[in-house]
Ligand binder design. Structure first.
Ligand SMILES: C[S@@+](CC[C@H](N)C(=O)[O-])C[C@H]1O[C@@H](n2cnc3c(N)ncnc32)[C@H](O)[C@@H]1O
Length: 217
């Protein structure tokens, strides 16, 4: 399902990258290990929300192949088109997660891999709180981001101009805890995407569980 990207900067960047993004990050062992972490703890045929689902690989493809029911959301129409084609067993919706209504308590797990970086700090915190409420109590949350203390930094990513906002690792962890999540494990790695214009980037993967009572907002 494609609703259009409403002029989102993230949509413009990822519409341009398309499958090049998947190729550049395909060798990420930390991403695959994160999915294994989820699969080992997940109920059969669990419901997963994959936020910023990209091309559908590896996240939606891995989880759907294991029999889980995956809903991917992405603001880039090109990414949604690729994901729908590559992972027909999952459902994909095109739209901005910040504006998409999703019922509280309706998912067993949320994946949020590298989709926060083009939101403001306030939006990142607000989204983490809302996605925590989307989980059933006890549900699992896997998050990955680039843990740098930058706000509105203008850079170039795989040849595309991007404006990036993030937090240092300890502040990401603080935000996740404030949202009502317990961090069960974390992994920090350096990763160099397979792309001529790429540079090594720090990555932080967090594996969390929703506490029984999440904060109201
Ligand atoms: C860096 S890519 C990561 C893709 C995938 N999660 C992965 O790790 O392979 C980030 C994705 O998030 C999407 N995205 C960024 N901001 C978004 C938003 N506000 N709502 C929905 N999707 C968003 C982008 O279009 C892009 O496909």
């Amino acid at each position: 399902m494609v609703d259009g990207n409403r002029g989102s900067p993230a949509a413009s960047v990822f519409d341009a990258l398309g499958s090049d993004y998947e190729r550049a990050f395909a060798a990420s062992g930390a991403h695959r290990a994160s999915l294994e972490w989820l699969l080992e703890r997940f109920p059969p045929a669990g419901r997963v929300l994959d936020v910023g689902s990209g091309t559908g690989r590896p996240t939606a493809a891995t989880l759907a192949a294991a029999g889980h029911r995956v809903l991917g959301v992405d603001v880039s129409p090109v990414m949604v088109e690729i994901a729908s084609r590559q992972v027909p067993d999952a459902e994909f919706r095109c739209g901005d997660i910040r504006e998409m209504p999703i019922e509280d308590g309706s998912f067993d797990a949320v994946c949020l891999y590298f989709a926060l970086l083009q939101m403001s700090r306030a939006e990142q915190g607000g989204l983490l709180r809302r996605l925590t409420r989307v989980l059933r109590p006890g549900g699992l949350f896997a998050l990955a981001t680039v843990p740098l203390d930058v706000e509105g930094f203008d850079g170039v990513f795989m040849g595309q101009n991007v404006r990036v906002t993030s937090f240092a690792a300890q502040d990401v962890i603080g935000l996740v805890r404030d949202a009502g999540l317990t961090v069960l494990s974390e992994e920090s790695v350096m990763f160099t995407p397979a792309h001529p214009d790429a540079t090594p980037e720090p990555q932080l993967f967090l594996h969390c569980r929703r506490e029984e009572t999440a904060p109201a907002n």
